[in-house]
Design a protein around this ligand. Structure first.
Ligand code: PMP
Length: 354
């Protein structure tokens, strides 16, 4: 006889994160982490905050971090929400901001956490197919909705949409919250942030995990009109009023303060992305134009075979089983020596087939 709590186990199908193997010698190109370390100033700030103040709770409002983000983006502190990774910020947005009398819309190939949140919060949703070339055409979202969310650049495709297209979408949907998930925006896409002052239905979500090399800290944020931000705060304070710990807050402020380091790392990733794209193309791979810190690529041999062959050589990349993308791999851009190892291995794997 099932107990009443068994129902949760049956109802929820959680997100399955990319593998985090603990083996140190792997070339890990599967979860879009940054291959370069965080800024030395971040490490110093964490060390400086590591003292007996850790017995005290952190500032529940993370005001200093929010102020640093507000100054950086030319916004006010009322426009900023911070959370424990952008996954948590997105979870709060799903709970706080979506209408329940019409479906939430998001692309069929996009961040697989979206349907998981819908399931958790019992939100009705409808997926909007990408075009054949995996482009996301925002005019396809012109249908009754209770909110719209998409990553820009999209994940796992890496393709980006323009700010002008997002603006047109905002204009056509003044009564829906439009959430732009900009986890990868710093690697060359156009951010929607400059439109926040003009559109009170726009929420932009960003993270310290990718371009700022801080996935291990869990720090994300949302930028938007004060009422949207207040809605997120109400959910947060009903759930966990201290999401940002003292060390993460100190690190976040230091990261925002080190612009030269941020730009240097971002540029390195983008340069390596162009090099990897060219080399893959030369090996007969189809590569989508990427504005992210990964490439989405179709190998000349079955993707799952290539993924396994890489694995046997100690290189891990991401393969998705969804039918439409099962012939594709998502490969994170690593450090130059990691990308070299990847390309050498792929050259071997491709020639084995011949
Ligand atoms: N959005 C997208 C599109 C992502 O790919 C990720 C990373 N898996 C996230 C949000 C969440 O990133 P984090 O929680 O590390 O900020």
């Amino acid at each position: 006889m099932p107990r009443y709590w068994s129902e949760v186990v049956h109802r929820l199908t959680p997100y399955v994160p990319g593998e985090q193997p603990q083996h140190p010698n792997l070339v890990k190109l599967n979860t879009n982490e940054n291959p370069w370390p965080p800024s030395p100033k971040v490490l110093e700030a964490i060390a400086a905050a590591t003292d007996d103040r850790l017995r005290l709770y952190p500032d529940p409002d993370s005001t200093r971090l929010k102020q640093a983000l507000a100054d950086y983006f030319g916004l006010k502190v009322e426009n900023v929400f911070v959370g424990n990774g952008s996954d948590e910020v997105l979870a709060h947005a799903f709970q706080a901001l979506l209408k329940h009398d019409a479906p939430l819309l998001f692309p069929d190939i996009s961040y697989s956490f979206y349907p998981v949140y819908c399931n958790l919060f019992e939100i009705d949703y409808r997926i909007v197919p990408l075009r054949d070339d995996f482009s996301l055409v925002l005019a396809d979202f012109d249908q009754p909705n209770g909110g719209i969310i998409f990553p820009n650049p999209n994940a796992p495709t890496g393709r980006a949409v323009s700010r002008a297209d997002i603006e047109a979408l905002l204009q056509r949907n003044p009564d829906s919250v439009v959430v732009v998930d900009e986890a990868y925006v710093d690697f060359g896409a156009e951010s929607a942030v400059p439109m926040i002052a003009r559109y009170d239905n726009l929420l932009v979500v960003q993270t310290f995990s990718k371009s700022r090399s801080l996935a291990g800290l869990r720090l994300g944020y949302a930028l938007g009109a004060p009422e949207l931000i207040e809605a997120l705060v109400r959910v947060k304070d009903s759930f966990n009023s201290y999401p940002i710990d003292r060390l993460a807050e100190a690190a976040g402020i230091a990261s925002i303060g080190d612009e030269p380091y941020f730009q240097d790392v971002r540029d390195r990733v983008m340069r390596e992305r162009e090099r990897v794209t060219q080399a893959l193309t030369g090996l007969g791979f189809e590569v989508l134009p990427s504005k992210a810190n990964f490439v989405f690529t179709r190998p000349p041999r079955p993707a799952e075979v290539v993924m396994q062959a890489l694995r046997e050589r100690g290189i891990i990349v991401r393969h998705f089983k969804a039918p439409r993308i099962r012939n594709w791999l998502r490969i994170t851009i690593g450090a130059p020596h990691e990308n070299d190892a990847l390309l050498t291995a792929l050259e071997e794997i491709v020639s084995e087939a011949g």
